[in-house]
Design a protein around this ligand. Sequence first.
Ligand SMILES: *Cc1c(COP(=O)(O)O)cnc(C)c1O
Length: 388
Amino acid sequence: MIPDCPLQRRIDDRLLLRSQQQLTRDVTTFKREAGTLTTADGHYLNFAGNDYLGLSQAPSLVRAWQEGLDMYGAGSTASPLVCGHGYPHQVLASSLCDWLGFERALLFNSGFAANQALILALLEKGDLLLQDKLNHASLMEAGMVSAADMRRFRHNDVGHLATLLTPSRRGAALVVTEGVFSMDGDLAPLAEIAAECDKHRAWLVVDDAHGCGVLGAEGKGSCDAAGVKPDILIVTFGKAFGMMGAAVMCSDAVYRYLTQFARHYVYSTAMPPAQAHALTHAVSVIRSEHWRREALVHLSGVFHQTLADRREVRATTSPIKPVIIGDVGKMQAVAEKLRAAGFWVGAIRPPTVPPNTARLRITLSTNHTEEDVRQLALYLRQLLSEVE
Ligand SMILES: *Cc1c(COP(=O)(O)O)cnc(C)c1O
């Protein structure tokens, strides 16, 4: 290696700083089964994943993927426009449109790609992009790369949003919010935000990665629950769907526009047809198996009843339960004790969340039993009183 190479020096410095701040991120290797995790060190109940409806290990979904492999082979061989878009992709797109009430669906390999594709293709210099401060990194990064003028409004603060939607503006305006916020589990005030967008002729984009499948009639998500139809809806398949990928739900005109100009769509290999086939099956499971959403509501009730007296625990109606401890060291001590007792929870530190809001991110899933949730909540209550 060249001594004193600037890039190497930067990498070493940044890594050292992260480690001095005790904020180094590490990858653990997991073996996952329905509701549990096994690492080299132990076996845990999984309270950290996003498999809210328990579909990642659902036998019928696994079978659907296998059936898709038998019918269509392993890969799609090309980007959608070249020859990668097949019959199973078309069926998936139609089933999403039918379910969610949009004219068209554009499929992507990840929510991250969908968000980048959308924002970078839609906006130009002179446009205004308004994002909730707590929006996902994929949206924020797209906004920073975009030539549009990006402003962030205070979390769920419609008044602040209104002041930023200035009438003097000439270019287009796009307002982007999550439906359910991933690190807080709270819901955006979608009806108020939509009304504000209408007033200022701005378009509304809702990224419903954590709401789709979980909230609303037939699991249609946060927008359905709020009685709102956004101009564009992002749904992702890595959370409640138990799989991977995403779709941009939109009008026919936006679909045709993105097909021309969204580089992540034009220049990226289409998802495997077998995956599209399995995702179509996931849509029908999500629409019809209401018991999964009812079970989540029940488990949520058990969790909050047991922890009703702990102010660190935010009451949410989603399966995401943040426990905001603040101090990184205290939060990690609680997370480690929970792990030692067999509960794997998310331990989230800055910069993923704002400074001094280190938190446990506990997620509920239909894989959990009532007893699993009660045991976790009881032990957590004891630990929280110990670190006060
Ligand atoms: C997870 C997530 C994404 C990214 O989706 P992937 O399919 O995992 O790339 C985008 N937006 C939000 C709000 C998310 O929570």
